[in-house]
Design a binder for this molecule. Structure first.
Ligand code: ADP
Ligand code: MG
Length: 402
């Protein structure tokens, strides 16, 4: 794994940095600049080293052609404000504007290229087309730094191909994520518990499959828990249920029992008459969900049980809210698990929150990022790492060794 330091003296060198600047926009207004803020340290570090910093990133899903609603122009403005320095914005990716913008950079100056996905080569499945775009990007710089953890699971021109064409290193943001994920997968301090929730079990099959081999305890809540309860023979009423996953889940339960992994399921749930904050709701036993109700959160007894099961843990990974937390009546379970992680963190455990909605949930519920050991910025990428998959944007650095 190559770090920035290994790129040597960068003064006067043009350094292309792939950042994750995919922020939510309401028209031209950035509604959450968290990803821009997270990208600052590496950009500042390069600028202070005297490099001519050329930042590149994507925004949304334009269809391989310029589309004004996905322009990075508002991001360039915000980046400039946060850096306290002007950010030169190129109105294309590798065209005339990009060339002139990069040529105009002073040592320590920062530029941002327009949305990479305005060029079809960025995400192309065709290696030749992707490679051609990577060649053009490489022509703009003397070195490359990978700092967008949220995209390292993608074999894209600015993530993968470019790293084979220039002296390349990982930025601090990617490094920090990889360090934490490594601690979760290789020899974690025990007991090691994984809390899984969220909407669908089918989204998380790979993670469950892999974690059954490493975790000591698996706590399950959220929408996916009803497929587990059903697999145990309980009726789940109108709750979210994935019939086609019942066999898989049954196999997980059997494997857990055989391998001594403790599976913790809720003993009570908040059951509502409809998927709505105003719906009539009550706490019922998890094995007695009325036929006309749906479970939208774990119940108070389960919250205590889950907190108890986390109290002695030295390592905790949490992905997926325990209930439909966006609606206040169904947020208590998620909040309770959040509190339990905060306590575990205070006690010296490594706690990691991964997943887009999970990160949003802990922030919405008033927790601070510093309450946890780590909040992962890359939902899909961190889950794929925990599935044991090879991430092209990381493995490309191993291929470069030697
Ligand atoms: P993440 O993005 O953290 O991986 P997911 O996308 O898997 O999480 O799941 C988040 C969604 O799951 C939330 O929008 C939440 O409302 C929903 N959810 C959680 N529990 C339930 C439930 N019991 N029934 C329906 N939806 C649920
Ligand atoms: Mg999600």
């Amino acid at each position: 794994m190559k770090t920035l330091a290994e790129l040597g003296d960068l003064r006067g060198k043009r350094v292309l940095v792939r950042s994750d600047l995919n922020v939510p926009l309401d028209g031209q207004t950035i509604t959450d600049d968290g990803r821009i803020r997270a990208s600052l340290p590496t950009i500042q570090q390069l600028s202070e080293a005297g490099a001519r910093v050329v930042v590149c990133a994507h925004l949304g899903r334009p269809k391989g052609a310029p589309d004004p609603q996905y322009s990075l122009a508002p991001v360039a403005a915000r980046l400039g404000e946060l850096l306290g320095a002007e950010v030169a914005f190129a109105s294309d990716t590798v065209g005339e504007s990009a060339r002139l913008t990069v040529e105009g950079l002073q040592d320590g100056g920062v530029a941002l290229l327009e949305n990479l996905r305005f060029n079809p080569g960025e995400t192309s499945k065709d290696e030749g087309e992707r490679g051609a775009f990577a060649d053009e990007l490489a022509g703009l710089a003397d070195a490359y730094v990978s700092d967008g953890f949220g995209v390292v699971h993608r074999a894209q021109a600015s993530v993968y191909d470019i790293a084979t064409r220039l002296p390349a290193a990982m930025g601090g943001l990617v490094q920090a994520e990889v360090d934490v994920l490594q601690r979760l997968t290789s020899d974690p301090e025990r007991p090691y518990a994984v809390v899984l929730g969220g909407a669908k079990v089918s989204d998380k099959l790979g993670v469950i499959d892999n974690l059954l081999g490493t975790a000591d305890r698996l706590l399950i809540g959220g929408g996916m828990v009803f497929t587990f309860l059903k697999a145990q023979g309980h009726e789940v009423g109108k709750s979210l249920l994935e019939e086609d996953q019942l066999d898989t889940v049954t196999e997980y339960l059997e494997r857990a029992q055989r391998d001594g992994v403790e599976i913790v399921l809720p003993t009570d749930v908040v059951a509502a008459t409809a998927f709505s904050a105003d719906a009539d709701h009550e706490v019922v036993a998890a094995d007695a969900i009325p036929a006309d109700r749906m479970g939208l959160d774990i119940g108070p007894e389960s919250s205590r049980l889950f907190a108890d099961k986390l109290a002695d843990c030295r390592t905790v990974f949490w992905n997926g809210p325990m209930g439909a937390f966006e609606m206040a009546p169904y947020a208590a379970g998620t909040e309770a698990v959040g509190r339990a992680l905060v306590e575990a963190t205070k006690g010296g455990a490594l706690t990691v929150v991964g997943g887009g909605d999970s990160a949003a949930a802990v922030r919405q519920l008033g927790f601070a990022d510093s309450d946890f050991g780590h909040i992962s910025t890359g939902g899909g990428a961190s889950l794929e790492y925990l599935e044991g998959k090879e991430l092209p944007g990381l493995s490309v650095f191993d291929e470069q060794e030697g």
